[in-house]
Design a protein around this ligand. Structure first.
Ligand SMILES: Cc1cc2nc3c(=O)[nH]c(=O)nc-3n(C[C@H](O)[C@H](O)[C@H](O)COP(=O)(O)OP(=O)(O)OC[C@H]3O[C@@H](n4cnc5c(N)ncnc54)[C@H](O)[C@@H]3O)c2cc1C
Ligand code: SF4
Length: 462
């Protein structure tokens, strides 16, 4: 700890964001950065705790060496800080942007004051690295002669591929979408995670020897048998993207979309600089749900020029309550999408204890309104488009079945040791764990790579 009294001297200062009304004019990232001197002060706030709860079981799933690199941020020794950061996290540029920062909820500084800005410190380190050319490809000097197929290119698949390639195995990543990244690419919208950030990382991985085959669904476009025959191990990282259906969706008129269908169309349009196949522009929009996905749909609809956006939430409004420390969970931060709705439409979009009972459509089968129930009282709400972000029920049974595997009763695959029950087939990420977070997907990919490596080599030094 370079600055013993930093936590007394400096207040938490977060990087500024563009004002909500201004940032909704486009899909660019809206978080700005602090000046170098200010960032160093934020590093100085870390107390280098004897027991660093930030990296403990209550904090970071990756067990990031947080106090070590906070100190390097304070000292301005960014290159050394980077080497400590990359020891535990393959992709800090992703977590530095979208992680809900479980570490900050656990930070000891948060007991009497506000926590250290751990996530932003992480982002400043990794972005300094990319800017200064410290992220040059590192090709393994020796190849093991073993081949591995990684199925799915979300953060779990990318982390597993990165780890296994660094051990000298020859890794091919198969992805059913046209671009790699999983939900990083076609879930989380561009304003939260610019897609060039993902493509920059993929280029580095390619230069390091990893092959990517996109537009190919394993088990359908390429058989599970041929993948098994051609490889020494297979790692399944296919996510948990099967959407949960609403009761009312049994009769689904035109104008009702699943969140991922909508968000994917939007990001594709942003990348190709063209109009989206599904747009909220000029429409009365209802978003169903209350999680990250629902927020991303609200924010996307605002950017597309929706006439109005309401968010229907089944649960009651949350009550502000003091939570005991250390608390394994998220910091209560104002959600970016609700801030934007407030700025653009003058009100919070959320309607609590409200659910859709019935869709009403015109003679052509197009949605015109919905019957909602609020605290048991029914009413009609006009709607041109409903976006359902009611969560995910689990993994795709088709892919599991193609590999001769069955999902468990929670629609997941595998056990705590990342095994599937089939020799040489491993599983990780949301497909094993259920819908979760990017940081957990990276942690799972790393742990699963250890298992696969031990299976192939008899030991692992990953
Ligand atoms: C809209 C949205 C916003 C989110 N926002 C955040 C956030 O802000 N912060 C956060 O931490 N987490 C967020 N999450 C959660 C996070 O994105 C996921 O937990 C994480 O991406 C899971 O990683 P994964 O690699 O296990 O799976 P995924 O990212 O789902 O990737 C799985 C990949 O496998 C591919 N695939 C599936 N089957 C096959 C097959 N048979 N053959 C080939 N490819 C296949 C899929 O196309 C997909 O690309 C969000 C999720 C959503 C939906
Ligand atoms: S808990 Fe907070 S103050 Fe303590 S080491 Fe971690 S980041 Fe620093």
């Amino acid at each position: 700890m370079g600055k013993a009294d930093g936590f007394l001297k400096y207040q938490r200062k977060e990087a500024p964001s563009l004002p909500p009304a201004e940032r909704t004019q486009g899909f660019q990232e809206f978080h700005l950065s602090l000046k170098e001197a200010e960032r160093r002060e934020q590093g100085a706030r870390c107390m280098n705790c004897g027991v660093p709860f930030c990296q403990s079981a209550f904090g970071c799933p990756l067990k990031n060496l947080i106090p070590e690199w906070n100190d390097e941020v304070f000292s301005g020794n960014m290159r050394h800080g980077l080497s400590r950061l990359l020891k535990t996290n393959n992709f800090p540029e992703f977590t530095g942007r979208v992680c809900p920062a479980l570490c900050e909820t656990a930070c000891v500084c948060g007991l009497n004051d506000s926590p250290v800005t751990i996530r932003e410190n992480e982002l400043s380190l990794i972005e300094a690295a990319w800017e200064n050319g410290w992220m040059a490809p590192s090709v393994p000097s020796v190849r093991s002669g073993k081949k591995i197929a990684v199925i799915g290119s979300g953060p779990a698949g990318l982390a597993a591929a990165d780890q296994l390639n660094s051990r000298g195995h020859s890794v091919t990543v198969y992805e059913q979408a046209d671009l790699p990244g999983g939900l990083l690419m076609y879930g989380i919208p561009n304003m939260k995670l610019d897609k060039t950030v993902i493509l920059r990382r993929i280029e580095k991985m390619k230069a390091e020897g990893i092959s990517f085959i996109c537009g190919t669904k394993a088990g359908r476009d390429i058989s599970a048998k041929s993948l098994r025959d051609a490889n020494d191990a297979v790692v399944l990282c296919c996510g948990a993207g099967i959407p949960r259906q609403l009761e009312a969706e049994k009769e689904k008129p035109e104008g009702v979309y699943q969140a991922l269908e909508y968000l994917t169309a939007s990001t594709k349009a942003v990348l190709k600089r063209e109009s989206p196949a599904v747009s909220a522009g000029g429409k009365t929009i209802l978003v169903v749900g209350n999680g990250d996905t629902a927020s991303d749909c609200v924010a996307t609809a605002i950017r597309q020029g929706a006439r109005s956006v309401k968010q229907l939430v089944r649960k009651p409004a949350p009550v502000e309550k003091q939570i005991a420390w250390p608390h394994p969970g998220r910091l209560q931060r104002p959600d970016y999408a609700q801030e934007e709705a407030q700025a653009v439409f003058g009100e919070d979009p959320r309607m609590y204890q409200t659910e859709i009972k019935k869709f009403i459509s015109d003679a052509d089968g197009r949605l015109t309104s919905v019957i909602i129930s609020t605290c048991g009282k029914e009413s009609e709400l006009p709607a041109d488009m409903v976006i359902v972000a009611a969560g995910f029920s689990g993994a795709d049974p088709e892919t599991a079945a193609a590999f001769g595997l069955s999902l468990n009763e929670r629609n997941r695959l595998g056990n705590a040791a990342y095994e599937t029950g089939e020799n040489g087939i491993f599983v990780c990420g949301d497909m094993r764990r259920g819908p979760s977070l990017v940081v957990w997907a990276i942690a799972e990919g790393r742990e699963c790579a250890k298992k696969a490596d031990r299976y192939l080599e008899g030991y692992t030094n990953l």
